[in-house]
Design a protein around this ligand. Structure first.
Ligand SMILES: [Zn+2]
Length: 159
């Protein structure tokens, strides 16, 4: 009966004289390998298969985690709005009252979620007036999320 083992380096089968010796040089790739019995090879294959399965399961959990996180974040945003959405509307409203919004540089000093659906922003904006002179205005804004992606300005100070 052929006594075969498989190289741990190149994974090819070759014959051995005995399973007694534990170490042998692989005649196919020339690297040192371990002599494994057929039973050990089957066990190793099983372990490799389960290793793969484990990795697949882990990836599955990560993907599932990401999806459920994204969907719960979306649900949270739909219910209460979010800082980024509120900030964009805040910037839009500031730009709308400027003479030259393309020259505007808005600097936020604070941007906070101050309640379940309330957002507060403050800072200043440097922009040119109708004479082309750069003027600095300060702003403090408080917004309330009213649903459907809409926010209401509770407070809009711009001076
Ligand atoms: Zn080999």
């Amino acid at each position: 009966m052929d006594m075969k083992t498989r190289c741990i380096k190149c994974n090819r089968e070759f014959e051995v004289d005995t399973y007694e010796s534990s170490s042998v040089k692989c005649p196919l790739c020339g690297k040192n390998t371990v002599v494994r019995t057929p039973q050990q090879l089957i066990a190793a294959d099983k372990a490799a298969k389960f290793g793969c399965l484990g990795i697949i399961v882990v990836i599955g959990f990560v993907v599932w985690g990401l999806i459920s996180c994204v969907s719960s974040c979306n649900a949270e945003r739909l219910a209460n709005g979010d800082l980024i959405g509120a900030k964009i509307l805040c910037e839009n409203r500031i730009n709308a009252i400027l003479k030259a919004p393309s020259t505007a540089k808005i600097t936020f000093k604070s941007q906070d979620k101050v309640g379940d659906k309330s957002y507060r922003f403050s800072g200043y904006v440097d922009a040119q007036n109708s004479f082309g002179v750069t003027i600095r205005n300060r702003f403090s804004v408080e917004m309330l999320y009213v649903g459907n992606g809409n926010y209401k300005f509770e407070e809009f100070n711009f001076q």
